[in-house]
Design a protein around this ligand. Structure first.
Ligand code: HEC
Length: 183
């Protein structure tokens, strides 16, 4: 039989130490919880402060549009309709972002122009891709590039002259010669 050799005095000390430990733990926990809720509040405030669908300027977003137009043309030429559909979707998403962002520039409602001229041209391209028709695609593609350039003319940036990838035969689907865009 074993006998406990802990004296009543020792028991009291142990209890006191335990009580202090529990109090310290509780205090720490309360502090952590407070810090957590502070961090949560800060996150919520940050989220509220960024309602715009994108954080790039119009020029940068246009750079993406140029890239998607280039790639959708090359994909269709290669008969890769799945890739063409992917890039046409990117074009549409970016156009939707511009519409949602209510962009105005030099008193022109860029978002309204994108909605009325560019979005339908992209829809037309999507239809040609769904039909996997190179002939319909060629017409709709020319139409789309025309919509890009028509707005560049109207928006006072006629020197940004987009073309089809094969016409440029260069790194960029863009004509850099200082010619006026035909409307
Ligand atoms: C509704 C008008 C509008 C439409 C439609 C439009 N653009 Fe633009 N684009 C602009 C404006 C305005 C700028 C100048 C932006 C700036 O001030 O930075 C621009 C600039 C650009 C630039 C210069 C940025 C760079 O990276 O070189 C490119 C390229 C471009 N657009 C490509 C396109 C393509 C491709 C399309 C068609 C899919 C298109 N844009 C459709 C208005 C338009």
């Amino acid at each position: 039989m074993t006998r406990s050799c802990v004296s009543p005095r020792m028991n009291k000390i142990t209890l006191a130490v335990l009580a202090v430990l529990i109090l310290a733990l509780g205090g720490g926990l309360a502090l952590t919880t407070r810090r957590l809720s502070q961090a949560e509040a800060r996150l919520a405030a940050l989220e509220q402060r960024s309602p715009e669908p994108f954080h790039l300027g119009l020029g940068e977003v246009m750079g993406y549009q140029q890239r998607w137009v280039d790639k959708v043309g090359l994909a269709a030429q290669a008969g890769n309709w799945a890739a063409a559909a992917f890039y046409a979707d990117e074009l549409k998403e970016t156009a939707d972002d511009i519409v949602a962002a209510n962009v105005t520039r030099e008193n022109q409602d860029i978002s309204a122009l994108v909605k009325s001229a560019l979005a339908p041209a992209i829809d037309g391209l999507n239809d040609a891709i769904a039909r996997k028709s190179p002939a319909i695609f060629a017409t709709r593609y020319a139409n789309l590039v025309g919509a890009c350039n028509a707005c560049h003319g109207a928006a006072k940036v006629p020197f940004i002259h987009i073309t089809s990838s094969d016409e440029a035969r260069a790194r960029w689907n863009q004509i850099f010669a200082p010619a006026t865009i035909e409307k």
